[in-house]
Design a protein around this ligand. Structure first.
Ligand code: PMP
Ligand code: GLU
Length: 403
């Protein structure tokens, strides 16, 4: 029987799957099949969720918190989020200006849904996390890229931002520390972007999910603190996935202008009715409880970053700055493009990543999905042993390429 031709929307019809999630899932499957694969694709800490956080989730179940919760989030969590954002520099923010969503992803998606009209533009500095342009596209907007590069440490040039603004520009997405570069944007750059936002009425969506992964001497400054004059246009986006090893709990949170939050909350009330209270209670414990586990994980990331950097530095022809934050490295691999594997030229980073996954047994993400077609992303959210063994195999594989 012929299958019917379904009339997909112009937005979802051509939407690709998230490659970071797809490659991570593939690596997990290979591992389950007994294949020793280095998990460098994963954008998630390998640590277990801290015990006191798990216990809060279990207690919520025991307490029967298993019904519909307020769609915008439970009041104590919204209060904790408001307090956190005030501490980060968003002065005067109150719980009614916060929202709890299914991950930071949920906050970002609903913000774009609430903000954009057909054809509106969103500025996105590149290299950029792959879901930003797809989310913009999915709600009818257009992404306008603002390039940064390894030579300037992936620091944004505010003049390039200014030059990219058009009458259709509605928002800019900042992500510091950034995925996939690990770059931390200097305060003066964030302040300059804040001034441009005020001049042109742009909403600044500041995705600060890697806030707790910043390595000395670098420090974290929230966009809210760096650009207080843009406070009325600032949407802070954050979540518990990365800092507290809670990727599967799906809790993210946002805080910003009341009018925007109200619209996002209404959308959420129709789309999903909000997130499970069980997960929200666990997130509350993460945000307000002891920080020992957070510190322990941060200390591990400092060591892992160094090991990954040292191991990659041993590979001739590959260059990579030492990133200040997040848990990714984005080495330039262009020296290897055009070389041959079993007689066939390696044409682009996507084929190179595929060969690395298959022949070096290291799951990596090709940079083209992040608008960095010269690079490959390595996550170091895994053990030092995995890093040494996996990068060792990648080195051996790259050496084996001919020509
Ligand atoms: N923003 C960035 C930059 C990310 O890397 C991720 C990765 N998961 C997210 C947002 C989404 O995080 P989550 O939905 O798990 O909170
Ligand atoms: N953000 C992480 C990554 O870039 C996790 C996967 C995803 O949500 O994209 O790998």
């Amino acid at each position: 029987m012929m299958s019917p031709t379904l009339p997909f929307s112009q937005y979802a019809g051509s939407l690709p799957e998230s490659q970071t999630l797809a490659i991570t899932a593939r690596a997990k499957k290979m591992k389950a099949e007994g294949i020793d694969v280095a998990p460098f694709a994963a954008g998630e800490p390998d640590f277990d969720t801290p015990d006191h956080v798990k216990e809060a989730g279990l207690q919520a179940i025991r307490d029967g918190r298993t019904k519909y919760a307020p769609a915008a989030g439970i009041p104590p969590l919204r209060e904790a989020v408001a307090e956190k954002f005030r501490a980060n520099g968003l002065e005067g923010i109150t719980p009614d200006r916060t929202l709890i969503c299914a991950g930071a992803k949920g906050v970002l998606f609903q913000a774009l849904q609430a903000l954009l009209r057909e054809g509106d533009e969103v500025l996105v500095p590149t290299p950029a996390w792959l879901s930003y342009p797809q989310m913009v596209h999915a709600v009818g907007g257009r992404t306008v890229y603002v390039d940064t590069g390894p030579a300037d440490g992936y620091v944004i040039d505010p003049e390039k931002v200014r030059a990219a603004v058009t009458p259709r520009s509605r928002a800019i997405i900042l992500n510091s520390p950034g995925n996939p570069t690990g770059a931390v944007q200097p305060d003066d750059v964030q302040a300059a972007i804040g001034r441009i936002a005020v001049e042109h009425d742009l909403v600044v969506i500041s995705d600060e999910i890697y806030e707790h992964m910043v390595y000395a001497p670098a420090t974290f400054t929230s966009f809210a603190a760096a650009a207080p004059e843009a406070a009325d246009l600032t949407l802070l986006v954050n979540g518990v996935s990365k800092a507290y090893a809670m990727t599967g709990w799906r809790i993210g949170y946002g805080g910003g202008p009341k009018e925007l939050i109200v619209r996002m909350a209404r959308l959420q009330s129709h789309a999903s009715s909000g997130t499970p209270e069980i997960c929200q209670r666990a997130a509350l414990a993460a945000l307000t409880g002891p920080t020992d586990d957070l510190r322990r994980m941060q200390a591990a990331f400092i060591l892992r970053r160094q090991v990954m950097y040292d191991e990659l530095a041993k590979i001739d022809g590959l260059s990579c700055p030492l990133p200040d934050g997040a848990f990714y490295m984005l080495p330039d691999v262009s020296a290897f493009l055009g070389r041959r594997f079993e007689g066939q030229p390696v044409e682009d980073v996507s084929s190179l990543a595929e060969l690395i996954i298959g022949h070096a047994r290291a799951a990596v993400v090709p940079g083209n999905v992040f608008e960095a077609p010269y690079a490959i992303r390595f996550s170091y959210a895994c053990s030092e042993d995995d890093i040494r063994a996996g990068v060792g195999r990648v080195a051996e594989f790259l050496r084996s390429l001919e020509g």
